[in-house]
Design a binder for this molecule. Structure first.
Ligand SMILES: [Zn+2]
Length: 249
């Protein structure tokens, strides 16, 4: 049986351990989230350390240990997304994406479709930072879909009636995520009404494919409402605050 395994991954974090060892945490395509031991400050690390920044897309091989942590053998950079990293807000965007990946992915539960979505999304952002609001909204809603938390965008979360254009609605964060129709809230909730254009963008995004994603036009204020609403949906399903959100808005 082969114990040297190859895979591809997005680096989530590099932690320092004692005795100059490091722990590399990756979202890998074939093995889900992984932790690999990077031995010593010697050969491997000095040869490869430029490739071990958070957000980098790498190809790597590791030795599957029977008892201890699996050991990193080789790592090769595929893309460091240098345009994205040097763009205004680029680092914040990467940290936000990595924080969401870190929460949703699990060891030994590969999600190759999500992996391909993420690497294609990073390629897109690296080639055109102007698509960031569209791309991040897409990423938020696809993260919910892929991990089984589909927001209801067609019918009311309480009464199942179809959501109508030109009728007021507010977002639902309790239990089912999605929207609540006007039968269940008073005029006092007026400031929380989510406008038709936001819902229309969401309905568009859920049916898109990352490889053909086109930039959507919305006012700056509406992007903030959309990103913040979907971030709240994410936080409600993971029951945790996503701290890097403050870096993207
Ligand atoms: Zn209703």
């Amino acid at each position: 049986m082969f114990r040297n395994v190859k895979d591809q991954g997005i680096i989530l974090q590099l932690k320092t351990l004692k005795e100059a060892n490091k722990l590399l945490i990756l979202f890998s395509k074939e093995h889900g989230k992984m932790s690999l031991l990077v031995k010593g400050a010697g050969k491997i690390l000095s040869k490869n350390s430029p490739s071990l920044d958070a957000g980098n897309f790498v190809e790597f091989s590791y030795y599957k240990s029977k008892s201890d942590l699996d050991l990193l053998l080789e790592v090769k950079l595929v893309n460091d997304y240098s345009n994205l990293k040097s763009a205004n807000q680029g680092i914040g965007i990467i940290f936000y994406i990595l924080e969401i990946i870190n929460v949703f992915t699990q060891p030994e539960l590969p999600t190759p479709q999500y992996f391909d979505e993420v690497t294609t999304l990073l390629d897109l952002l690296d080639s055109d930072i102007n698509i960031s609001n569209t791309a991040l909204s897409y990423f938020q809603i696809k993260s919910l879909l892929i991990f089984g938390f589909q927001p209801l965008l067609q019918q009311c979360c309480i009464c199942d009636k179809p959501l109508k254009i030109n009728s007021p609605r507010i977002a639902s964060f309790e239990g089912t995520i999605g929207y609540i129709c006007q039968d269940h809230f008073s005029e006092l909730a007026n400031q929380n009404i989510i406008k038709d254009n936001i819902l229309k963008v969401q309905r568009y995004l859920v049916n898109q494919n990352i490889s053909s994603l086109q930039s959507v036009k919305l006012e700056k204020q509406d992007w903030e409402i959309l990103l913040s609403l979907q971030n709240n949906w994410l936080q409600s399903v993971i029951e945790k605050k996503i701290s890097a959100f403050s870096m993207i808005v």
